[in-house]
Design a protein around this ligand. Structure first.
Ligand code: ADP
Ligand code: MG
Length: 222
């Protein structure tokens, strides 16, 4: 069973519900991180957004394509997350949707392509955000680099590709700790933003890791 090489729209649908659970479980953690360098709302914002996303998914036709699922999620996030993260997360999912409209299966290569489009959406809406500026980009960018490498390597399974992406996102998230924030609310703190993990990088890592955890369970590996 470990040779699953695509995520179907049904998988993606279930992954969104899991992301909601994971964000909800980490609501306090995310909000506490934001309390240190922001305004203590990131966990609350993200939970509200993914709650609406799952409610909207329940109204969708169960055979909807992946693009429609991502677009529905992106619009819900854009509408309800609020703050800086609303447009950022909204564009992440809406940009991914554009690449896979009408598709019902995502292989390794397509997953790298959607993440690339999603990251570009985040960077554009953020005002040209680059890695190293202590934001969610620091988690997404290294995950994408790993996915791109894995997409070119026939010997790497989809599960292993997602594992590497999640591991890279975790490293990227941790690497935000010593950084000085250059974007968003945390940037007002300048030097004082150093020594704290970025909340957006943390929620981005949790989202990427949920794709891996889901497939790991589906393939029966633990
Ligand atoms: P707000 O800062 O409006 O309260 P949140 O607390 O929900 O919004 O989200 C803060 C997160 O948004 C930050 O931790 C950071 O990762 C991300 N962020 C803020 N500004 C930018 C930007 N310009 N580019 C990329 N990410 C950003
Ligand atoms: Mg905040």
């Amino acid at each position: 069973m470990s040779d699953i090489n695509v995520l179907t729209s049904q998988d993606v649908y279930e992954i969104i519900f899991r992301i909601f659970d994971v964000i909800k479980e980490n609501e306090k953690y995310l909000t506490d991180l934001d309390a240190a360098i922001g305004d203590a709302d990131h966990g609350i914002n993200m939970t509200r957004g993914f709650k609406l996303a799952t409610e909207r998914l329940k109204e969708l036709n169960p055979s909807s394509d992946v693009g429609t699922i991502f677009n529905t999620v992106g619009m819900a996030l854009l509408e309800t997350v609020g703050g800086a993260a609303g447009p950022l997360y909204g564009m992440w999912f809406m940009n991914m949707a554009q690449v896979v409209m009408g598709k019902s299966e995502l292989d390794k290569k397509t997953i790298a392509e959607i993440l690339e489009a999603g990251l570009k959406g985040v960077q554009d809406i953020g005002g040209g955000t680059q890695p190293g500026e202590k934001t969610m980009v620091d988690a997404i960018y290294p995950a994408l680099e790993e996915l791109k490498k894995a997409a070119e390597d026939e010997s790497v399974s989809l599960l292993e590709a997602l594992r590497r992406a999640a591991e890279a996102a975790e490293k990227g998230m941790k690497a935000t700790i010593p950084m000085i924030a250059k974007r968003g609310r945390a940037s007002y703190l300048g030097e004082r933003s150093r020594g704290h993990q970025d909340p957006g990088a943390t929620s981005s890592y949790l989202i990427i890791k949920t794709f891996y955890d889901y497939l790991k369970e589906k393939t029966g590996q633990s």
